[in-house]
Ligand binder design. Structure first.
Ligand SMILES: Nc1ncnc2c1ncn2[C@@H]1O[C@H](COP(=O)(O)OP(=O)(O)OP(=O)(O)O)[C@@H](O)[C@H]1O
Ligand SMILES: [Mg+2]
Length: 262
């Protein structure tokens, strides 16, 4: 039986789709078969990031509507033999997105693939709730700025309060500042999340995304490849606890006092 990892965020544009592709590519090298699900209904992007945009004909919405069988909605990626992609649907209506159908489908996909990685839309909504509930692990992605951290906390509180789902925290687009990086484990601890690691702000990655649309080659390069391997290992590993700096401690305490979320 495979595992399902669901990638969410509070704030948009923090790098969820990019990270889904990174994890998928690296996991498919060593950890068996990996299915990436682009769960961003109406705004898919994984096909572009994987250089597969001309391939996609059917999606999850077509499968639910009976327009294709499951195999037709799943595409193998040319870049590596063990990586597959299914998109949730460009025209799928969220009102037609039945939780029972999605849960049943993902349960059956767990039996076929060693790993299912679901890239969610930003924020909280029906699709995110459905996919989060299917996840064996939930990864909340945040950038290191306080606005993104506040929204990550909101997402974490919601998932816990509504469904008692705990999650991992992964920082992305991290600038090379030791002062900031040292705070991450403690920020995660304050949010009751497991700290998963960080991915630097990579000019090269951004340039490749802008120039070609796809990022496959960039993920194979060092030091990014090793960073992603470490994050994959951390999904089954243990958290590191550290003392939080005063700025973030005050910030998070204020968040808790305000109680305007969840
Ligand atoms: N580590 C990184 N370094 C530099 N640029 C990055 C990094 N991660 C992502 N980006 C860039 O940030 C932008 C947003 O990334 P992405 O689309 O993956 O975010 P997202 O969270 O999936 O967005 P949305 O909320 O719209 O789904 C893209 O241009 C991407 O290339
Ligand atoms: Mg995205």
């Amino acid at each position: 039986m495979g595992k399902v990892w669901t990638i969410v965020s509070g704030k948009g544009g923090v790098g969820k789709s990019t990270i889904a592709v990174m994890l998928g590519l690296v996991a498919a090298e060593n950890s068996g078969s990996v299915l990436l699900i682009d769960g961003d209904i109406g705004s898919r992007s994984l096909d572009i990031l994987l250089n597969m945009e001309d391939k996609i004909v059917y999606d999850m919405g077509d499968f639910f509507a009976g327009r294709c069988d499951l195999g037709q909605a799943i595409y193998s990626c040319d870049c590596t033999s063990e990586l597959y992609l299914m998109t949730a649907g460009q025209s799928t209506k969220i009102s037609n997105f039945e939780i029972t159908h999605a849960q049943k489908l993902i349960k059956s996909l767990k039996e076929r693939y060693d790993m299912v990685i679901i890239d969610c839309p930003s924020g909280l909504g029906k699709a995110v709730e459905v996919f989060a509930k299917c996840g064996d692990e939930i990864i909340i992605v945040a950038t290191p700025d306080p606005v993104s951290i506040r929204y990550a906390e909101k997402a974490a509180s919601f998932l816990w309060n509504q469904y008692q789902l705990s999650a991992n925290l992964l920082f992305n687009k991290v600038i090379n500042s030791k002062k900031i990086k040292d705070k991450f484990p403690a920020i995660a601890r304050f949010m009751d999340l497991k700290y998963l690691g960080m991915i630097p702000n990579l000019q090269r990655l951004y340039e490749q995304a802008v120039e070609t649309g796809h990022i496959v080659a960039c993920v194979q390069e060092e030091p990014l490849h090793t960073t992603v391997q470490r994050i994959l290992a951390g999904l089954q590993g243990s958290e590191t606890l550290q003392t939080c700096g005063r700025f973030f401690q005050n910030f998070l305490n204020r968040l808790r006092r305000e109680k305007h979320y969840g």
